[in-house]
Design a protein around this ligand. Structure first.
Ligand code: GTR
Length: 381
């Protein structure tokens, strides 16, 4: 695992003592999950047309307005890019490398994003993992025949609660006199997801990449951003979310480990203003995170956990994956295929993948290997 930049500066990986979560399974309160296949008006979703045309947009909107926030722009006018560096003989001649700089206006100044592209040398377009900020071992990915497209999401918005908005991409597109986003507008995680989508705009033009096989992968806070990007944007063919926990892929009604209140108190910039109103009433949320996983359907999705990462609620992640299954079944695809949490180090699932491994919070080679195995299975590689 290699961070592209130093996110430990604020030591945000370690929850301070006063943020200690609840870790006793017997204290998880009873809860009822919203049914992904029942519309807000009570109607049932019984086919994929109703899912795609009615329920999916409805759920997407609920996540957008209550949690991640609405982006104020899609692809900005004037956005352009240039290839700024290249090496046709990386990794002892087995890979090609290039650097693309995406500019988000017609000018060659910030906001911009440097994108590093590493592709195994081959005559045909390659499948890739698109990863931001905290990336897997590149040599491992290339050796398995996948390319790696990386960027540092913090280049467009810093992960600092007091300056994220003021110094980030959201403020750039807002009127100059705005001091903060409206309660339903985007937070930093949505801004990072937006960056992945703009990288995808570039990827669509790169003939060395198989545009139908772009797998978005994120770890922890960037795993939350990967989930939201994958939900919003169906150009991402697969989604991998490693230990994304609260606000990523775990059931928040469990109140296990990091809770909605804890995350909003510690990282108020990550989500929108409306999400804070649910701090002490998570059962009033019209969604839970099984529904975010379901928004990826019928595309393959993989959520993973680590035994030592109780903060990220491994069981809550399993339960979210499990509760997303009915939507995959609607598409005729098998989801997890198991009813109990699998043993440590035993990946499970068909269109919804899950594993819990030994060890602490981190994106390890084990995780990367299992993600690649899953992608290979679906791509018959
Ligand atoms: C923690 C945060 C988690 C997770 C993690 C990380 O401090 O509470 O939600 O995102 O950081 O990004 O490593």
């Amino acid at each position: 695992m290699a961070p592209l930049s130093d996110i430990s500066a604020q030591d945000q990986n370690l929850p301070p003592v006063e943020f200690a979560g609840q870790y006793d399974e017997s204290k998880v309160p009873p809860y009822v999950l919203p049914d992904p296949l029942i519309m807000s008006d009570g109607g049932s979703v019984t086919d994929t047309t109703a899912w795609n045309e009615k329920r999916r947009p409805e759920i997407l909107k609920m996540f957008e307005s209550n949690i991640y926030g609405k982006a104020s722009v899609n692809r900005p006018e004037g956005m352009h890019w240039e290839i700024t560096a290249g090496d046709s003989s990386a990794f002892n001649g087995t890979a090609v490398m290039k650097k693309v700089t995406i500019y988000f206006s017609a000018k060659k100044v910030w906001p911009k994003l440097d994108v590093n592209i590493l592709l195994p040398k081959t005559w045909k377009p390659v499948p890739v993992f698109l990863v931001s900020t905290w990336v897997p071992d590149a040599e491992l990915v290339i050796r398995r025949g996948f390319g790696l497209v990386t960027f540092d999401a913090q280049e467009i918005e810093p992960d600092i609660k007091d300056s994220a908005y003021a110094e980030g991409i959201r403020k750039f597109f807002d009127p100059p006199d705005r001091k903060e986003p409206a309660p339903d507008e985007w937070g930093t995680i949505a801004a990072w997801s937006w960056a992945s989508r703009r990288v995808m705009d570039y990827i669509e033009t790169d003939t060395q990449i198989d545009v139908r096989k772009v797998c978005i992968l994120g770890f922890s806070r960037f795993g939350k951003a990967a989930m939201w990007a994958g939900a919003l944007d169906q150009r991402f063919a697969m989604v991998f979310s490693c230990e994304s926990g609260c606000g990523g892929a775990a059931i928040v009604r469990r109140g296990f480990g990091e809770t909605v209140k804890l995350i909003n108190d510690q990282f108020p910039h990550w989500f929108n203003g409306n999400f804070k109103s649910f701090n002490n009433r998570v059962n009033d949320l019209p969604v839970d995170w099984h529904m975010l996983i379901a928004l990826i359907a019928p595309r393959p999705v993989y959520v993973s956990a680590a035994e030592g990462d109780s903060w990220g609620d491994p069981r809550g992640t399993f339960l979210a994956a499990k509760a997303a299954e009915p939507v995959y079944e609607l598409f005729g695809e098998a989801g997890l295929g198991i009813t109990e949490m699998p043993p440590l180090g035993t990946p499970a699932g068909n269109f919804i993948g899950y594993h819990i491994r030994t060890g602490e919070h981190g994106l390890t080679d084990y995780d990367t290997e299992k993600f690649i195995d899953f992608a290979c299975k679906h791509y018959h590689l």
